[in-house]
Design a protein around this ligand. Structure first.
Ligand code: GDP
Ligand code: CA
Length: 315
């Protein structure tokens, strides 16, 4: 059994804990294809927020309360940068986290592609699943905004972290997507998969940028694997974060039905064979898709594993 998971950062990382546990039970092989649209350079360091969330979470090094970054983090570098008045100051870089970005940036500058850098970082964290960036090429999510009476595109991280998703926004653009190629192994993993799971990640800025890499949407939609998604929206609200703000930009209703229909049924030209929703959303329908209601709160690994089992058994 081969499973491919399409994923963003925090929500996807927690989901992967359950996928890994399920895979160990049944002897399945897991490949996670991770969003790179959030990646950015800060103080000359290449930062990959979603890949890092997945590495730290699966490697047992994530801060469980904050949800992002390293457990037992200290902030000396941030304080020293602030003392210089160094910008940008809106993105928090912890000291331990900076070590990851230093290793990554050194390798990138030496000419290694992101996929090989990720493999090198994974040698330390032993995530227990194969981690692949969606692409080795530059693919950045930008938000088109009106700021100070001017229309411009800002990096998604600036929109999300600095402005808390609070500035008037027209749309999101995946810069570089038209010429990006899937990272080595991604297309092969999709072609060999029995099951593709769409993690309960942000559909607009975590899953969509993965599918924006030319060829990947088709590889999922027309590939041999069954495709089951898990709703990040429960009872009309995101479980954590501001996915509602992102859905609003697309004019998509913030509901399990809204996101399910955004992905769409494979028989209708969309992606999904199955869609898991929470008991609060029982009765939701998506044309051409098998929908089932099961508990979707990832409170601990056992609950998440049960959720993954339900996804695996849905279609
Ligand atoms: P990010 O890249 O760090 O923003 O993380 P993701 O995009 O992977 O995940 C964010 C999404 O995870 C949010 O839209 C949340 O609604 C969703 N999420 C977080 N915790 C849970 C949970 O326990 N259950 C479900 N179903 N979704 C969750
Ligand atoms: Ca993210």
């Amino acid at each position: 059994m081969r499973i491919v998971v399409l994923t963003g950062g925090i929500g996807g990382a927690r989901f992967l804990l359950g996928v890994r546990a399920y895979a160990r039970e049944v002897g399945a092989e897991v490949t996670a294809v991770v969003n790179v649209g959030d990646d950015l350079y800060l103080h000359s360091l290449k930062v990959c927020p979603d890949l890092d969330s997945v590495l730290y979470t699966l490697g047992g090094g994530a801060d469980p309360e904050r949800g992002w970054g390293r457990v037992g983090e200290s902030w000396t570098i941030r304080q020293e940068l602030a003392a210089y008045g160094a910008e940008p100051s809106w993105f928090n870089l912890g000291d331990k986290d900076v070590a990851t970005h230093l290793v990554r940036t050194t390798m990138i500058n030496a000419g290694y592609p992101l996929s090989q850098v990720t493999e090198a970082l994974a040698a330390r964290w032993q995530p227990g699943v194969r981690l692949l960036p969606a692409t080795d090429d530059r693919l950045e999510t930008h938000a088109v905004v009106d700021l100070d009476g001017e229309r411009r595109a800002i990096h998604f991280q600036e929109w999300w972290v600095r402005y808390r998703a609070g500035v008037p926004t027209d749309r999101f653009v995946f810069v570089g997507a038209d010429t990006a190629k899937p990272a080595p192994g991604v297309a092969e993993a999709l072609a060999a998969a029995d099951m593709v799971l769409v993690a309960p990640s942000n559909p607009v800025v975590s899953i969509a940028p993965v599918l924006a890499v030319p060829g990947l949407r088709d590889a999922v939609a027309t590939g041999p694997a069954r495709v089951v998604g898990v709703s990040p929206i429960i009872g009309g609200a995101p479980v954590r974060g501001m996915a509602d703000r992102c859905l609003e930009v697309l004019d998509v209703e913030c509901s399990a039905a809204g996101v399910g229909r955004l992905y769409g049924g494979r028989s209708e030209g969309g992606l999904l064979d199955g869609w898991l929703v929470a008991p609060e959303d029982d009765g939701v329908t998506v044309p051409g898709v098998t929908v089932r209601a099961v508990p979707l709160r990832m409170t601990d690994e056992a609950a998440t594993t049960a959720m993954v089992r339900a996804a695996m058994e849905l279609v």
